[in-house]
Design a protein around this ligand. Sequence first.
Ligand code: FAD
Length: 362
Amino acid sequence: PGARKYTGLVEDCCCDYETVDAINEDVLYPILQQLVSLPFFRYFKVKLWCDCLFWPDDGVCALKDCSVCECPDNEFPEPFKKPYSGLSPQNMICQGGKPEATVDRTLDSKVFKGWVETDSPWTSDDETDNAKMNYVNLRLNPERYTGYTGDPARRIWDSIYKEKCIKYPSEDMCQEKKALYKLISGLHSSISVHIAYDYLLDKSTDLWGHNLPLLYDRVLKYPERVQNLYFTYLFVLRAVTKATDYLEQAEYNTGNPEEDLKTQSLVKQLLYNHKLRSTCPLPFDEAKLWQGENGPELKQEIQKQFRNISAIMNCVGCEKCLLWGKLQVLGLGTALKILFSVDRENNLNQQLESILRRFVFI
Ligand code: FAD
């Protein structure tokens, strides 16, 4: 109800709504659906223990029955600190006691090789301690309704939008700050769309399905939120196309040559797709930003704000929301880095290597 048709160019981008819909439907969605099912992109390396820097009394640490917290030593049973110790699903329930919020860690008892991560100026990287990290199979943990709501969830969003990082955009806000706001708002819309797409409709029968009223109330009712979703999509797509040389040559090595060849071939199909290249060759023009005389200072300021946002993710008190929040903020941070921080190609390759490694399954 009330869904309207969007036409014309996506604000501050270089492609129109109809084109985005067409390339998404015909090119990106089908290829991405296959890519995310392959081992290279199926597993994500992440630290799920909380170490929220902003408020001590919330987040997973506040919930004593959560199996993934790293709380003060005297407060938490030793076995619970281990990555996966065969705990029953019941013991793993946390974040308000909702089973649907819990990450299925079936595959994460793997040992990591000592990887070296490159720090990004855009994100707050606390992911260097391999001992505290898990591989999570994203297919077993789809982004969907988790029941994480009320004051704790609101506090995260408020703190992202208002307190620490970015103000709601105003007329005189510069283009760069507006872009940051739109990226976050687009991410927020995407999260809401996923919740509406896969919602627990009936708890007693465990019936899951679409929740259209929720989709309307949280996203469609606000044209700006829909527009920002398109903006974020095009921003990330531009970063992907800019990194073509690297992504084409990257080794997608998971030890399964057949699957890895498929991954490489699908990545190439995406990057060199004729329809994408001919209808939306420059999804977003990053060269238009940072042109003012205070460009460098502004970049540092916005970098700091985005780092804050990535640090706030550690305060998300729902394990599955934390997983997807971190993954998506890492993705946006990588896009920001590709578009705004990397000048030389060598540098780009080196830096992307460490990020792609977060997905490699060894
Ligand atoms: P919220 O979505 O919490 O929004 C709070 C306020 O922000 C709104 O009142 C509005 O003023 C403003 N706002 C809303 N959308 C936008 C937008 N697109 N642009 C600008 N402003 C906006 N819940 C799940 O069920 N599954 C998940 O996977 C999940 N992941 C999450 C990940 C993160 C990082 C966070 C912070 C929360 C997550 N949540 C998840 C919770 C979810 O996002 C909502 O907070 C929750 O469902 C409560 O929704 P709400 O109606 O109170 O509004």
